[in-house]
Design a protein around this ligand. Structure first.
Ligand SMILES: *[C@@H]1O[C@H](CO)[C@@H](O)[C@H](O)[C@H]1NC(C)=O
Ligand SMILES: *[C@@H]1O[C@H](CO)[C@@H](O)[C@H](O)[C@H]1NC(C)=O
Ligand SMILES: *[C@@H]1O[C@H](CO)[C@@H](O)[C@H](O)[C@H]1NC(C)=O
Ligand SMILES: *[C@@H]1O[C@H](CO)[C@@H](O)[C@H](O)[C@H]1NC(C)=O
Ligand SMILES: *[C@@H]1O[C@H](CO)[C@@H](O)[C@H](O)[C@H]1NC(C)=O
Ligand SMILES: *[C@@H]1O[C@H](CO)[C@@H](O)[C@H](O)[C@H]1NC(C)=O
Ligand SMILES: *[C@@H]1O[C@H](CO)[C@@H](O)[C@H](O)[C@H]1NC(C)=O
Ligand SMILES: *[C@@H]1O[C@H](CO)[C@@H](O)[C@H](O)[C@H]1NC(C)=O
Length: 810
């Protein structure tokens, strides 16, 4: 497809009439009449271009991609659930590929819980295979079992592109029986569609139910203009059908997971669920007391220390004890193709479900807690003075370093250098962050990381090592906890299933005076509480109506608590600057083809760029801003040498603004019938929060505008912080660019028991209200947002919780 001739046939449509501007909609929109069928479509075209990164998140597609939609003439006055579609997919290598459409709604066309239509050439002349799928999370899609029905009208295949025209009935609604259903609304005037494309063909192109690899040739969203898509001839077009043979197929058998029965007779004093920032320190401290402790982790081993095996496919790390998790320079691999088997498959947000949890997959930023984070958010018993001992214990084991390369040098400082002078000239003070944890107003620092010995380090390299040295400590990997078995408010055991090969299946018992500690994270912990009959009634009803129903505890024993509310996350706003002195380092390429000298320096002496976090995170800057409501808000700016928001890599830097302590916006996470978790209310958008962010942006723009040769790309020159924020959509659809993945707060710690109308799920001993032996120790308990990246605070909270739990009489 020649881009120019296509555009020649397109009537440009003013975008000003759009109700919703979607950040990811980079398409050209127009009216296109497909020449063979004569059907006229509202078309959205991604032009051919060079894909960015490894293609997964590229907003540009090699060969281009076009989606057209035609709707019944009354679609504006009456919601229609069918349309006629046009897909022009690319197979730029000449070796096939696949293209996909995500049927969205007026709110989102994100991958989770939307109907996907995948299509590809089968290799048999002009035949196109189509397949309906959906995905309950950011995971491999499963076959869709709802009522959608596709009829092919026309297909054509050539060496570089293919075309499919089809009628899609019941496609603008979502009714897979395992999920909550919804109907898209065409009468609202606009709705969203998503797209994704891959230039690698499915495993068995002749089979519509074939397996396939993740998209590697772009993705994005389109805003569909209903009025421009309606047509009086719709019903004539809809009755056309193709004459060629339709590809039919069978599902490839899914591999069964091997499992080991839970040994009967075993019982533990403590069972800790989830081996992340909360669970690992907890299991270590509890086992130090001599009690028998079982730590259960759903994922497989990450670090080489624990048997992890994820190494570069071209083997350059073979023979070492390192995996991608261990190398600081590979720390953002989760965003660059490193998701398989690692990310949580039961939540719509990016999270690590592997040994170490977030501390296995994050950038390892390691902040001594700002005392205000305890003093302002937490009740008595959790004030900074109460936390001093726990902080000391954590930082004596994991001190962190702001110069992680073992030769003591700091590498790749071009970005830091450009910004630091500007800050200093504006009177901002350089601090060694962990020597001055409370100095968070107009200060900046080199980022400290939990790295040690030039490797990731952290809880997996410290607490887990000591725990594992005790004979009373046990760990099960690959094992997912389904629910807590309880007798009223007393937990008696846990139902477990294998999540990967070798996981356990059965019921593991607590000793008579045993206790459970949930450390499954801000989504995993509420999910487990819901499945155990603890939470708001609407959520427990969802579980009751799911495949769990039969096994769920009786309704008379439900414990009604506000689990899942109070969801919080740093609101992120990306800004972008450019400067000639800045030079980009190709971190994604360092997976397979690291620069030889950098590789050698790292392998021989754990030094050089690969001993530092990707992508050149530095500097980190703070400011405290009082919002119009009089509340002080803590801002953390995190700079990195990488473009974003369509500003290319090269000389650009992204400066991400995190709104931290003082943020008043709260959201909610809920469970679906398929037992997957969603962020159903995003925790962003309070006007006072936004006003404070606008001020922070204005301040930073003013400061860095004085740096000779520095260009502000975003916000563009002359655009105020407030106007810039209005242009960066705050919606579920755009949550990928607004979240910091510092989710917390969903099982709030506090003195106002949720049993009697309060907001808290756990008491100040971290014990779930209404129970006598169920505890929570992870990000879920944080009542409010904190100043910095939260890992070290979660570990510290867990240290404190362990101390309190062990002090309780048994
Ligand atoms: C292949 O098909 C595309 C899409 O219809 C078209 O734009 C392109 O010109 C065709 N290529 C050739 C060589 O005919
Ligand atoms: C598509 O873009 C790529 C990369 O920019 C270029 O190499 C190729 O020639 C383009 N193809 C067409 C058909 O324009
Ligand atoms: C799909 O639609 C066609 C044409 O209307 C109809 O013959 C067929 O039975 C439908 N299939 C399903 C599964 O509903
Ligand atoms: C969605 O549309 C279907 C089919 O028209 C209809 O049966 C159902 O009641 C609708 N559901 C909602 C929630 O509007
Ligand atoms: C790898 O081996 C080195 C040398 O024995 C050791 O210092 C390091 O902690 C090990 N790292 C891992 C991840 O096992
Ligand atoms: C950019 O680099 C030049 C040459 O090293 C230096 O003189 C100048 O001060 C740098 N500019 C900034 C803003 O760091
Ligand atoms: C966990 O599962 C992974 C993936 O199937 C497997 O490679 C590993 O050996 C398993 N580990 C254990 C301890 O069973
Ligand atoms: C932060 O520092 C600035 C400059 O010293 C000061 O004006 C402002 O009041 C401080 N903010 C807070 C919340 O203390």
């Amino acid at each position: 497809m020649k881009t120019s001739s296509f555009l020649g046939g397109v009537l440009a449509i003013g975008l000003s009439s759009l109700n919703a501007i979607v950040a990811q909609d980079f398409a050209s929109h127009g009216i296109y009449t497909e020449p063979v069928t004569g059907i006229t479509f509202f078309a959205s075209e991604e032009t051919n271009g060079t894909i960015t990164g490894d293609g997964e998140f590229s907003t540009v597609s090699w060969g281009g991609f076009t989606f057209g939609v035609a709707l019944p003439p009354d679609a504006l006055s009456r919601d229609t659930h069918e349309y006629i579609g046009l897909i022009i997919g690319s197979t730029p290598t000449g070796q096939g590929g696949w293209s996909g459409i995500v049927h969205g709604d007026d709110y989102s066309a994100g991958m989770p819980n939307h109907l996907m239509l995948l299509a590809w050439p089968t290799g048999n002349e002009n035949q196109i295979a189509t397949s309906f799928r959906y995905s309950p999370a950011y995971q491999y899609p499963v076959p869709y079992r709802g009522s959608a029905n596709l009829t092919q009208i026309y297909s054509n295949v050539n060496e570089t592109h293919w075309t499919l025209v089809y009628r899609c009935q019941n496609c603008l609604l979502f009714d897979d029986p395992a999920q909550d259903s919804f109907n898209a609304s065409t009468s609202k005037g606009t709705f969203l569609q998503g797209w994704a494309q891959a230039y690698v063909p499915p495993t068995d192109p002749k089979n519509p139910l074939s397996d396939f690899e993740q998209h590697n040739n772009g993705m994005g969203e389109f805003v569909i203009q209903v009025q421009s898509a309606t047509h009086v001839s719709y019903s004539d077009w809809a009755t056309k059908t193709a004459t060629g043979p339709i590809a039919t197929g069978t599902t490839t058998a899914t591999a069964t997971i091997s499992s080991i029965p839970v040994p009967t007779g075993d019982a533990y004093d403590y069972i800790v669920v989830g081996a992340g920032a909360g669970g690992i320190p907890m299991a270590d401290k509890l086992s130090q007391s001599g009690a028998s402790v079982l730590l259960i982790e759903k994922g497989f081993a990450s670090s080489g220390r624990w048997g992890g095996t994820l190494r570069p496919e071209n083997h350059w790390l073979d023979g070492t004890n390192l995996t991608w998790f261990d190398i600081p320079g590979e720390c953002n691999r989760i965003w660059n193709g490193g998701t398989a088997g690692v990310v949580c498959t039961d939540t719509d947000q990016m999270a690590g479900c592997t040994l170490g949890g977030g501390t296995a997959v994050n950038a390892g930023l390691w902040w001594k807690p700002n005392p205000m984070d305890w003093d302002e958010n937490f009740p008595a018993g959790w004030k900074s003075s109460d936390m001093a001992g726990a902080t000391e214990r954590v930082f004596s084991r994991i001190p962190g370093t702001d110069h992680p390369s073992m030769d003591g040098q700091r590498y790749l400082q071009s970005g830091y250098d450009v910004i630091a002078d500007g800050l200093a000239n504006a009177g901002w003070k350089y601090v060694t962050a962990n020597d001055a944890p409370s100095e968070k107003n107009r200060t900046f620092a080199h980022a400290p990381h939990m790295f040690s010995g030039g490797e990731r380090g952290g809880p997996m390299a410290t607490y887990l090592v000591t725990a594992n040295g005790r004979s009373n400590f046990h760990m099960w990997l690959n094992t997912s906890v389904e629910r807590i078995q309880r007798d009223g408010g007393h937990a008696t055991g846990l139902d477990v299933v294998a999540f990967n090969n070798g996981g356990r299946v059965g019921t593991v018992k607590l000793a008579p005076k045993g206790r459970v500690v949930l450390s499954a994270g801000a989504f995993g912990t509420p999910k487990l509480l819901f499945r155990s009959g603890i939470g708001p009634t609407d959520q427990l009803q969802v579980v009751k109506g799911s495949s769990d129903g039969d096994k769920m505890i009786a309704e008379k024993d439900w414990i009604n608590l506000p689990v899942g509310y109070n969801l919080n996350d740093h609101l992120n706003t990306d800004t972008v600057i450019s400067h000639q002195n800045v030079s980009y380092y190709d971190w994604p390429a360092a997976w397979l083809t690291p620069i030889p000298s950098d590789k050698d320096l790292y392998l021989s002496s754990r030094s050089g760029p690969l001993a530092q976090a990707a992508p050149n995170i530095n500097p980190i800057m703070w400011e405290e801003i009082t919002g119009p409501d009089g509340k002080v808000r803590s801002m953390q700016w995190q700079a990195r040498v990488e473009g974003s928001n369509r500003i290319p890599n090269g000389i650009s830097m992204t400066l991400s603004l995190y709104l931290g302590r003082g943020e008043v916006s709260k959201g909610r996470t809920t469970i679906q019938k398929g037992l997957n978790m969603l962020v159903s209310t995003i925790p962003y958008g309070d006007p006072n929060d936004l006003a404070a962010c606008a001020q922070a942006i204005d301040n930073m723009v003013a400061i860095l505008s004085k740096v000779p040769g520095l260009t502000w790309n975003l916000p563009a020159p002359g655009v105020s912080g407030a106007d810039y924020l209005k242009s960066v959509e705050l919606s579920y659809a755009n949550v990928g660019s607004r979240r910091a993945n510092h989710w917390m707060g969903t099982a709030k710690l506090g003195t106002d028991s949720g049993l009697t109308g309060g907001t808290s799920v756990v008491d100040t001993n971290t014990k779930v209200y209404g129970t006598d032996n169920i505890f929570v120790a992870d990000a879920s308990i944080f009542p409010g947002q904190v100043t910095t990246n939260p890992s070290a605070l979660i570990v510290t909270a867990s240290e404190r919780a362990a101390e309190l739990i062990l002090a309780l009489p048994v």
